[in-house]
Design a protein around this ligand. Sequence first.
Ligand code: AHM
Ligand code: MG
Length: 350
Amino acid sequence: MHLETNNQLALPVGVTLDRYIMQKQSAFPFATGELSQLLRDIALAGKIINREINRAGLIDISGVYGANNVQGEAQQKLDVIANIRFIRALKNGGQACAIISEEEEDIIYTGNDNAKYVVAMDPLDGSSNIDVNVSIGTIFSIYRRVTPIGTKAKIEDFLQGGDKQVAAGYIIYGSSTMLVYTTGHGVSGFTYEPSLGEFFLSHPGIESPTVGNMYSCNEGNLLHYPTPVKEYVEEARRKNYTARYIGSMVADLHRNMIKGGIYLYPPLPKAPDGKLRMLYECYPLAFIIEQAGGKASDGKRRIMDIPASFIHQRSPLYIGSSSMVDELLEKFDTSTAEVLDTAKDVSSLA
Ligand code: AHM
Ligand code: MG
């Protein structure tokens, strides 16, 4: 196709992430710009990681690094690299006083004790997909610290609960790289233009369709699912829903946000509390999906309402289009009712 005839290329490239963040900040008269700067630092780290991912096959940096992370899972080299890059960007940026990361056991202090914010992050989620060139993602969640500015951050800065997040987002490294974030006023998505090195607003005001027909879960575990989840999946099959499971939650969620669908990761015998981590996987994605009109639950409680008591806490997660999550929760309600009825029957026999 000739360039002159390609109307797409004639269009203005649009609003950059930096400009968008600046415009949003000026809507808040008392905003100091620190959160805006922090978001820009995260975007910069995302660009650097995007570059590393794109080079991974070329310079043989993919593969297992040899160390295990705090959950005992093999770290991939890119996990380690992403972790280092993010920490460095946040330290240099100066707006975060402390960080927690899926890849590190303890709180990471940035040395910026005068900063207002703490960041919880999964630098590279879906890491088992790195070596096979499948989409992976970064997840982040930002809190305003509750400990006094000028002191060392403490664990309570991170354990405030999902509703206290001031911003959350993800970066998906897919067929294109996108950054999607919320500050509690809807969800905006930006697509990376590698030749210009900029994220451009491509998906303003993302709204997850209320209904969908895609379900994403590891069906290899179906036999071990709790009854309501098993019933839901069996019903989804009967209804001819489409099964789509990438094994990278960011990518599965992103698709569901755009097209409608549900992602399920229930508790399993090998992971009785679920696999996913509350602070840097469940809370931020729950914040985003709710801002997009969807829902996130652990089967009983809204994810954002579940208190966090330690930094690597896990949770079951059911997240996606609101009516699909509601349908699943009905199954949980009915199953609980069945259990209660059985208990009543038993006690009436006593
Ligand atoms: P990770 O943080 O170690 O990458 O684990 C989280 C990932 C999710 O992105 C994905 O949906 C899930 O684990 C896949 O797990 P499984 O292989 O058990 O289906
Ligand atoms: Mg992860």
